[in-house]
Design a protein around this ligand. Structure first.
Ligand SMILES: [Ca+2]
Ligand SMILES: [Ca+2]
Length: 164
């Protein structure tokens, strides 16, 4: 419960803090550079309520997920990806999980940013976990926050951006 409260309270505190840094604002921004994604929540089990991987795999008897991301804009173009995580603890003890986006993705303000999360599988197609999508980036150009908080269903993330 304590972790849940901290997860809810922290973004509000940081966002408020970001608002006060007026000296860092870009005049007439035209794009953002997405350089990091932090996953703050993802579903503990698949849609059938089972662990993400078969428990008969001898290298991982607990069926822990292998979390991988794809970053898309609203034209469905892939604009970036991050290195993945293999065999995460089923208890989510490692959240938030940070993914460096390299090279950083430049996204113009008329677009949205979507993050697709999946359990990567060695021998068949990845298992879809969920996705989150930001508002159109121009909605944030006056405030110019350091990151956007996005959530949908069991997936939540922060999108860390630089204004350009
Ligand atoms: Ca799987
Ligand atoms: Ca897997």
């Amino acid at each position: 419960m304590l972790i849940q409260i901290l997860t809810l309270a922290l973004p509000v505190a940081l966002l408020t803090n970001a608002c006060s840094k007026k000296d860092h604002k870009v005049s007439n921004p035209t794009a953002v550079e997405l350089y990091q994604v932090s996953i703050t929540a993802f579903p503990p089990n698949n849609a059938q309520g089972d662990s993400w991987d078969s428990e008969i795999v001898f290298t991982d008897p607990f069926g822990r997920p292998d979390l991988h991301l794809a970053i898309l804009d609203n034209n469905w173009d892939t604009i970036g990806s991050g290195s993945g995580y293999t065999r995460l603890n089923a208890n989510h003890g490692n959240l938030p999980l940070s993914f460096a986006i390299e090279p950083a993705a430049t996204v113009t303000l008329d677009k949205t940013i979507s993050v697709y999360a999946a359990d990567d599988d060695e021998f068949d197609a990845s298992d879809y976990m969920g996705s989150v999508t930001s508002d159109t980036l121009s909605h944030f150009k006056d405030e110019q926050p350091d990151y956007l908080t996005v959530s949908s269903g069991d997936v939540a993330a922060r999108l860390y951006i630089r204004w350009k």
